[in-house]
Design a protein around this ligand. Structure first.
Ligand code: SAH
Ligand code: SF4
Ligand code: F3S
Length: 474
């Protein structure tokens, strides 16, 4: 069946649920994991609101509790099971509908555990069946039976689902699903399937629509954004070349031309696919932020090989040099895993060495977590917990000292800041972000919200900068 027809069927289910529910109903949603999951949740919220539900933060008054899960590290599992324990009473008292979707549901051992230990859950759905949530909900409400809607084949790309975005200034746009890289620690390729890219025309139309609605910043999302359309090109899978788009570089160039959009970000690229055309496109496109997230994972060539990352320490450093030489004012952020199986003290020192050399703007640090079904889990030389923690703390100390040093460089400079809203900790102050994604807190009138303004940075604090308006608004 054509995807448009499948979407149409779901739209009919949305109407049916809306008519079934005569009173106004409420839902809660908990989203775990990455920005792709956040974007999926925005679609789930869009569908729920079309079905007559409205969002609440108060679990007690909710008629439906939805979880969009992640399984990239172990702690997400503990969080889900804890929440389900809490919900049991609400289920017994008022028959709240409980639905769980997302990456964790693609793991058999997890769904088995839920069915055994939390049999009161109503709907289980996976990453390839998200668009069918209206049908699943309708059937649960109508037939008063539980539903499990999980498939293990790559889901298609469904355009035209409703969406309820979290912000009215910044929007995420998923450009591709899945991952083909099979890094040996990572569960994502198993739960999200193979890489498949959205059609250029659909992405451009979505961004144009966002610009018309007044969105200023967009973030392009994928597990490996710089291999956008790569599989399609290599395997001869047909796609429509629209506005000259046939790769990630040409996509950036096309989006850069869309009036109204002021900032373009993207996560995550893979170092192995960081081709020259992508570097040049970042340099050339004035709206593309000069903060690039470039996941390192480890700074040691042997560990990188074991991780199946397909680059060496030297390749990574050379890539950084090349990018810095081509892209003026480039800053970098990264992801690092400590304690991958077999990682020795000496090999860990290579990671610290790369961190010292590159001086990242931001480092997302993770302790290696064994994932069932990945090659890493089967490796015999697992690193003991206390060593992993020791290395994590060592890395954290280094990163924090670098961030402080780096923040100091901002003091006295003028930065372009997109004003996002009131500061969370003090509603009398405003909060925004620089091109390099640093939070800036400053005093100003609320009509600046949504604008890009110039601020003078007057002081630095570990996680934010303080700014001062100098009168000019751009
Ligand atoms: N596709 C992206 C992000 C994947 S998940 C990328 O390749 O960069 C986000 C981050 O979680 C990864 O970059 C990695 O640093 C971390 N991660 C993935 N699997 C992990 C595991 N088993 N243990 C600890 N961290 C992990
Ligand atoms: Fe996981 Fe590697 Fe794919 Fe990223 S590129 S999602 S780390 S397998
Ligand atoms: Fe987690 Fe799935 Fe994202 S496993 S990190 S939510 S793709």
């Amino acid at each position: 069946m054509k995807t448009e027809n499948e979407v149409k069927i779901q739209q009919e289910y949305m109407e049916k649920v809306k008519h079934m529910n005569d009173k106004s109903l409420k839902y809660t949603i908990v989203t775990m994991g990455c920005q792709l999951n956040e974007n999926d949740s925005e679609k789930l919220c869009g569908m729920l609101e079309k079905m007559g539900y409205s969002k609440t933060q108060n679990q007690q008054e909710a008629d439906l509790a939805l979880f969009n899960t992640c399984c990239v590290r172990e702690n997400a599992e503990d969080k889900l099971f804890g929440k389900l324990g809490e919900l049991k009473r609400l289920k017994e008292q008022k028959g709240i509908i409980i639905a769980i979707g997302g990456c964790m549901m693609q793991e058999k051992h997890i769904t088995n555990k839920i069915k055994e230990s939390y049999p009161f859950v109503d709907i289980l759905f996976g990453t390839h069946t998200l668009h069918k949530f209206p049908e699943d909900l309708y059937k649960v409400l109508q037939e008063k039976r539980k539903r499990e809607d999980i498939i293990d084949i790559d889901g298609k790309i469904y355009e035209g689902l409703p969406i309820k975005r979290n912000s009215n200034k910044k929007a995420s746009v998923t450009i591709m699903n899945g991952c083909n890289n099979f890094c040996s620690y990572c569960i994502v390729p198993y739960v999200r399937g193979r890489e498949r890219s959205r059609q250029p025309r659909d992405i451009i139309n979505e961004v144009k629509e966002l610009a018309m609605q007044g969105y200023q910043e967009i973030t392009l999302l994928g597990q490996n954004v710089n291999s956008y359309l790569k599989v399609e090109r290599q395997k001869g899978i047909p796609f429509e070349e629209y506005e000259g788009i046939h790769s990630f570089a040409t996509l950036l160039q096309a989006i850069n031309k869309i009036d109204g959009i002021q900032r373009i970000r993207f996560v995550s690229p893979h170092p192995k696919d960081f081709t020259e055309d992508v570097i040049e496109a970042i340099a050339k496109c004035n709206k593309v932020c000069k903060l690039v997230h470039l996941p390192l994972q480890s700074g040691n060539t042997k560990v990188l090989k074991e991780m199946n990352r397909k680059y060496t320490k030297e390749h990574y450093l050379a890539l950084v040099e090349k990018m810095k030489a081509t892209i003026p004012n480039l800053t970098l952020s990264t992801d690092i895993i400590v304690g991958f199986p077999g990682e020795t003290e000496e090999e860990f020192q290579d990671t610290l060495d790369v961190v010292k050399k590159v001086k990242f703007e931001q480092v997302y640090m993770f302790i290696y977590s064994r994932r069932v079904g990945t090659p890493g889990d089967k490796m015999e030389n697992q690193v003991p917990e206390e060593i992993k923690h020791k290395r994590f703390n060592q890395l954290k100390t280094l990163v924090e000292s670098q961030i402080e040093e780096n923040n100091q460089k901002y003091v006295g400079t003028i930065q372009k800041v997109l004003v996002e809203g009131e500061s969370k900790n003090n509603p009398n102050l405003l909060s925004g972000r620089t091109d390099s994604n640093k939070v800036v807190i400053f005093e100003g009138s609320k009509d600046l919200i949504g604008k890009i303004i110039e601020l003078k940075i007057i002081s630095q604090h570990m996680w934010y900068l303080k700014g001062e308006k100098d009168g000019k608004t751009k």
